[in-house]
Design a protein around this ligand. Structure first.
Ligand code: PEP
Ligand code: MN
Length: 333
């Protein structure tokens, strides 16, 4: 909303009245030289009539949100039967950075299902910094992943790196991941949305929260059935960790914007030793779940080995989240 003052308004009086109403505003001078207040979209709600009753207020007009579909989606979404967000139990999405072989993804799926994970993650197409690094197995890995997930009752989250592979990814994915490097790739966001699947929008490494929400809006506007946001760290000046895990953005999305947001501590940190404590912090800040890289033998991983955690650490994460461990699998191995 925009509140416009009369020319003779007592500015301090209006400021105090708006503050008393609990409004979070930004003051600016309008085109005709009159003082105006922009009421932040996620400020507390006050009726227009109440604001018009404040001495010195000339007019109150609505400003449309730049992401109305994200706002309307609500705090909880269901993806292939799993509730994500709000008061739902935090979800564990886990698996290797890259799907390396049929056997590898099968082993990971079984161990994670035992721990009560609900989503199997893994990349068939990898966005690597160097063209000489492992780029992922490609389409064949999608089928391996779906079969492994189905064998243990897991859902699939995997990245779509290009529009040309979107259809193949949508055939196997319950949740289509848009990676950090592609958060600004609006044709790719739209292509993901057109599949009608749910989309996981990872935050661009230099994206503002509003740009991130707008990326979600692109997906929903194109037809995505739901959008889940994923904080995976932003660029900072310090290279002791790969990125800077911005937990303030998680709290903002959860408690101010009321949208489902999960945290990927693996890419945020780039090192496995801090994944557990930062995962705890993420949940405390309001994350609806975790997306974590887990590898049967982290030292031999074809990508992102230094940040991959073992099954033991994954078990500690599952304990912290309080995942439901399926009785049938619990006794195995
Ligand atoms: C990934 O999840 O494997 C990945 C490449 O993540 P990001 O896009 O956050 O770097
Ligand atoms: Mn990775």
């Amino acid at each position: 909303m925009i509140i416009t003052l009369t020319e003779s308004a007592d500015l301090d009086g209006v400021r105090a009245a708006l503050a008393d109403l609990g409004l979070w505003t930004r003051e600016f001078t309008g085109a005709r030289g009159t003082v105006q207040f922009l009421v932040h979209a996620h400020s507390g709600h006050v009726e227009r009539a109440t604001l018009l009753g404040v001495a010195g207020v000339a007019d109150v007009s609505a400003t449309p949100s730049p992401h109305p579909l994200v706002d309307a989606q609500g705090p909880v979404v269901r993806v292939a039967g799993v509730a994500i967000g709000g008061d739902a139990s935090p979800v564990l999405m886990a698996g290797p950075c890259s799907v390396e072989s049929e056997e590898q993804i099968h082993t990971v799926a079984r161990r994670l299902a035992e721990l009560g994970a609900t989503f199997l993650r893994g990349g068939a197409f990898k966005p690597r910094t160097s063209p000489y690094d492992f780029q992922g197995v490609g389409r064949e890995a999608l089928g391996w992943m779906r079969a492994a997930a189905d064998a243990y009752g897991l859902r699939v989250v995997t990245e779509a790196l290009s529009e040309s592979a979107m259809e193949a990814v949508a055939e196997v994915a319950d949740l289509i991941q848009i990676g950090s490097r592609n958060m600004h790739n609006t044709p790719l966001l739209q292509a993901a949305g057109r599949t009608g699947r749910a989309v996981l929008v990872k935050r661009g490494m230099a994206a503002t929260v509003e740009e991130w929400l707008a990326a979600g809006e692109y997906c929903l506007a194109a037809g995505a059935r739901a959008v889940v946001f994923c904080e995976r760290g932003i660029r900072s000046f310090d290279d002791r960790t790969r990125n800077l895990l911005d937990l303030a953005s998680v709290a903002l999305l959860r408690h101010v914007h009321h949208v489902p947001v999960i945290v990927d501590p693996s890419h945020a940190l780039g090192r496995r030793d801090l994944v557990l404590p930062l995962s705890r912090a993420a949940i405390a800040a309001g994350a609806a779940g975790l997306l974590v890289e887990v590898h049967p033998s982290p030292g031999t991983a074809l990508s992102d080995g230094p940040q991959a955690v073992s099954f033991e650490t994954a078990a500690a994460l599952a304990d912290h989240l309080g995942t439901d461990r399926p009785a049938v699998l619990a006794g195995e191995s």
